[in-house]
Ligand binder design. Structure first.
Ligand code: MN
Length: 287
C-alpha cells in the first residue's frame, strides 16, 4: 500500500501535496537521509490529527495528497528533473508543495520550477550552514553548494540560523554582501532578528527551505551534522507563523537522517508538516 501523510487516503481536492524526494548522492559524512521520506510518512499517523493552536484539522480544511516515494535515478540531474516534474504538477493543480528530502540538493529541483511560476520568488533558508561553496568534493551540484547555485540564478536568499562556515564561504559572503541572520544574532536579540526576517518575507513569494539541522541537536538528533546551539521549537513556530502570514508558496524539509533507536527527528519533521498546514488552513478559513 502507498504510504501517505497521516496514513489517510488522498483527499480528492487536496490543497497540500507531499513530494517525497529520497535523494542521497552527495552526502559527505553520516548517511541515511535517503530513508527520511519513508520514515517521516511512517511516523506521521502517530501525530494528533487536531491542531491545538488553531483548533482545526488541516486534513479536513485543506486535505493532503501524497506522491509515492520514488526510486530516484543515481544521475543527480535526472533525479532533480523527477522532483521538478512533481513540483510542476503540484503548482499547476494549485496545491501547496512540501518536498520531503533527502539531501539539501533537492531544493534545486523545486526552485527550477518555482522560478517559472513566480516573478518575485525569494528563498528563506533555515540552516546551521550556508551551503555556499563553489564546489564540494569535485561536484558543483551538492548539498554544500545548493544556495550558491540559487544565488547565481539571481534569486534573493536569506540564510537564517547559521552558526558554522568555512573560510571560502566567509570570504564569499563578505565579497557579495550575502544576507545572513546568524543564530547568535537571533539568540542575543530575538526581536531585532525577527524584524530583519520580517523585512525579507513581507514582499514577494516565499519558499521555505528548511534544513532540520537549524534546530538544536537536542531537538533534532537525526541529522548528518548535529551543530550545537540551534533553534528551539517555539522560536521556530514563531518564524513559521510569521512567514505564513505573508506569502508562503511552498517548502522543503531536508537532511533528516533517521537514526536507529529513536524517531525524534522524523516525528519533528512530520509535526512541522502538520503545523504549516494548520497555519495555512487557518489563513484559508479566514478568506
Ligand atoms: Mn545544514
Amino acid at each position: 500500500m502507498k504510504l501517505t501523510f497521516l496514513g489517510l487516503p488522498d483527499h480528492p481536492e487536496a490543497k497540500v501535496a507531499l513530494i517525497p524526494a529520497p535523494l542521497e548522492v552527495t552526502t559527505s559524512w553520516q548517511k541515511g537521509t535517503k530513508e527520511a521520506p519513508t520514515e517521516i510518512l511512517k511516523v506521521s499517523p502517530n501525530l494528533e490529527f487536531f491542531d491545538e493552536e488553531t483548533n482545526l484539522e488541516p486534513q479536513e480544511v485543506l486535505g493532503f495528497f501524497t506522491y509515492p516515494v520514488p526510486e530516484l535515478p543515481f544521475d543527480i540531474k535526472k533525479a532533480l528533473d523527477l522532483i521538478s516534474e512533481n513540483v510542476r504538477e503540484t503548482l499547476k493543480e494549485k496545491k501547496f508543495p512540501v518536498v520531503i528530502g533527502g539531501e539539501h540538493t533537492v531544493t534545486l529541483g523545486s526552485v527550477k520550477v518555482l522560478k517559472e511560476f513566480y516573478k518575485n520568488l525569494k528563498i528563506l533558508h533555515l540552516d546551521a550552514h550556508l551551503d555556499l561553496r563553489e564546489e564540494y568534493l569535485g561536484s558543483s551540484i551538492s548539498h554544500a553548494t545548493v544556495m550558491r547555485r540559487i544565488y547565481e540564478m539571481g534569486i534573493p536568499v536569506l540564510s537564517v540560523g547559521v552558526r558554522t562556515l568555512c573560510k571560502e564561504e566567509y570570504e564569499f559572503i563578505k565579497k557579495v554582501k550575502f544576507p545572513v541572520l546568524w543564530m547568535k544574532e537571533l539568540k542575543e536579540n530575538w526581536e531585532e532578528g525577527i524584524k530583519k526576517l520580517e523585512n525579507f518575507v513581507k514582499e514577494g513569494e516565499i519558499y521555505l527551505s528548511l534544513d532540520v539541522d537549524v534546530f538544536d541537536p537536542s531537538l533534532a538528533p537525526g541529522v548528518g551534522t548535529p551543530e550545537p546551539g540551534g533553534l528551539d521549537w517555539y522560536e521556530f513556530l514563531q518564524i513559521l507563523k510569521l512567514v505564513v502570514r505573508y506569502n508562503l508558496i511552498g517548502m522543503d524539509i531536508v537532511e533528516v537522517k533517521p537514526s536507529s533507536g529513536n524517531a525524534i527527528t522524523e516525528y519533528l519533521a512530520a509535526k512541522i508538516i502538520f503545523k504549516v498546514s494548520s497555519y495555512l488552513a487557518k489563513k484559508y478559513e479566514t478568506f
